[in-house]
Design a protein around this ligand. Structure first.
Ligand code: ADP
Length: 194
């Protein structure tokens, strides 16, 4: 089983690259951001709760997010592995994910961070905001808040996996194809060393 965490700040290209990697490795893609946006669109209770946070660029509380993630993993017992995109975003979420995978007799293969400078992120997000319809991509102060939250809450997740030598960095600047190649090179090294 390959269980990959695609990591990186908002706008680093996780979703774009995840779409390519799921095809190549036949994995199940879980994007917590997409799951929240779907719940918001369907006006479910989860969606109503999540909206309060997404609108401000804050994190949805761990209890809500972990519950949703667990349900999604358990709904796919036949998956050959998972790509986690946008999860874990806090130290607590990382521990919860490790516990869940442990229950399923598996583990995280590696975390790969797409590294992109802040100015480039803001530029990309504002550009995406013109067509995505995402209000959190259209306001510079919400974007700045998301980048700040990434630094304070989410970077510790990479440090957590670095202690078990599972964290890697890939340059997230270049053409989409080039970045996919960099990710594939890294994943192949990791999965062949198992
Ligand atoms: P981006 O990576 O561009 O910020 P996402 O689609 O991954 O976009 O996430 C959008 C929003 O959804 C986040 O700003 C946050 O409010 C919420 N969210 C997504 N994943 C998580 C998570 N793991 N924990 C808490 N909140 C989350």
């Amino acid at each position: 089983m390959i269980n990959l965490i695609l990591f990186g700040p908002p706008g680093s290209g996780k979703g774009t690259q995840a779409d390519r990697l799921v095809k190549k490795y036949n994995l199940h893609h879980i994007s917590t951001g997409d799951l929240f946006r779907k719940a918001i669109k369907n006006k479910t209770d989860l969606g109503k709760e999540a909206l309060k946070y997404l609108d401000k660029g804050e994190l949805v509380p761990d209890s809500v997010t972990v519950g949703m993630l667990r349900k999604e993993v358990e709904a796919n017992p036949k998956a050959k592995g998972f790509i986690f995109d946008g999860f874990p975003r806090t130290y607590n979420q990382a521990q919860a994910l490790d516990n869940l995978l442990n229950e399923l007799d598996t583990e995280i293969t590696c975390l790969i961070e797409l590294r992109v400078a802040d100015e480039e992120l803001t530029k990309r997000l504002l550009e995406r905001g013109k067509t995505s319809g995402r209000s959190d991509d259209q306001d510079t102060s919400i974007i700045a808040n998301r980048i700040e939250v990434y630094k304070s809450e989410t970077i510790p997740v990479a440090l957590y996996y670095a202690t078990s030598r599972k964290a890697y960095i890939v340059d997230g600047v270049g053409s989409i194809d080039e970045i996919t190649e960099r990710l594939i090179d890294r994943i192949d090294i990791q999965s062949n060393s198992k």
